[in-house]
Write a protein that binds this ligand. Structure first.
Ligand code: MN
Length: 147
């Protein structure tokens, strides 16, 4: 029940976000959604294991090398969320505007989420090349940067 947390936080009669389901596809996609909520942030999501593994990146995923950004892991989102853009109504979880900032394919180079270290390639319009996600000891906070 990896979508349990996602569903618990949302009232699907009020938000147009997808209720979704665990859905294994043959694709490996990523998306970055610019989310103007109470605080502007960028949600980075990797399609993996039938869900979107997700991180909130307050300052955005860097387009160039030499910049490390904090990425806070958040609840898994359904694969259908990859196409979501729109307005989450006032009073609902994450209220504000969501727009797709970039999307494309991703490919694992080495590592794993479980190991807390992942090197991968992104092929988007803005984000291209090799990236690293590495977890801090607290298990929730990660760094993302381009190598
Ligand atoms: Mn968000």
């Amino acid at each position: 029940m990896t979508l349990g947390k996602y569903r618990q936080k949302r009232e699907f009669s009020k938000t147009s976000e997808p209720k979704g389901a665990i859905k294994k596809t043959s694709l490996s996609r990523f998306v970055v959604q610019k989310h103007q909520a109470r605080n502007l942030h960028y949600d980075f999501r990797l399609e993996m294991e039938g869900v979107l593994k997700s991180w909130a990146v307050p300052k955005g995923v860097p387009e160039g090398k030499g910049i490390k950004r904090l990425a806070i892991q958040v609840e898994d989102h359904p694969v259908d969320y990859i196409n979501f853009s729109g307005i989450i109504p006032e009073g609902e979880y994450g209220a504000g505007t969501v727009e797709i900032w970039d999307k494309g394919g991703w490919k694992l180079i080495e590592g794993s989420l479980g190991a807390g270290s992942l090197k991968f390639n992104l092929a988007g319009k803005k984000l291209k090349g090799q990236y690293v996600l590495v977890r801090f000891r607290d298990k929730k906070n990660w760094l993302i940067y381009k190598t």
